[in-house]
Design a protein around this ligand. Sequence first.
Ligand code: BEZ
Length: 211
Amino acid sequence: MSIRLGDIAPDFTQDSTEGEINFHDWLGDSWGVLFSHPKTFTPVCTTELGEVARLKSEFDRRNVKVLALSVDVAADQKKWEADIAETQGHEVNFPMIADHDSKVSGLYGMIHPNANNTLTVRTVFIIDPAKKVRLTLTYPASTGRNFEEILRAIDSIQLTENYKVATPVNWKNGEDVIIVPAVSDEDAKKRFPQGWTAKKPYLRILPQPKP
Ligand code: BEZ
């Protein structure tokens, strides 16, 4: 059974490059990004993990903890971290789940047997502080992900959570947003006293709310 949006992210306890991690305890009150990559000492993964290390402060600023995973032992992942720092210019600054027995990959459906029956594909799970899954995505092993896009999606999801606004096509942080359809005009007047532009009754646009 695949994990769907709104499901509680399955809990697990597994070894990692920073020792044993109990996922829900480790998340605490933070948001989380759990992402799988196929294998240690592979080229695309090397670039991805360097990029996530570079963006760590951006995840921190959004109260998001990042957790990588591959079907490997921690000793190999630790050795590989030296290559990532050397080639990408950023020390890995987040843990990697050492899913040597595929326990977590199985729980999250990260192995797609018709693509490869032992290695994980590139999955991403964005999890909110209530441990609910808010976004999933799956890329093939040969396509490196765009982690700026993952930050953009987190910004959108957090805006919906905090202000009941949605984000339009190709939205970037700071651009106009849309009042979600579930908010009535009456409720919207209380939430957004500065008003909005209604291009249609269902298309109500306003500047991005600021904290
Ligand atoms: C990579 O990370 O470079 C990779 C891993 C498995 C298949 C293809 C590419």
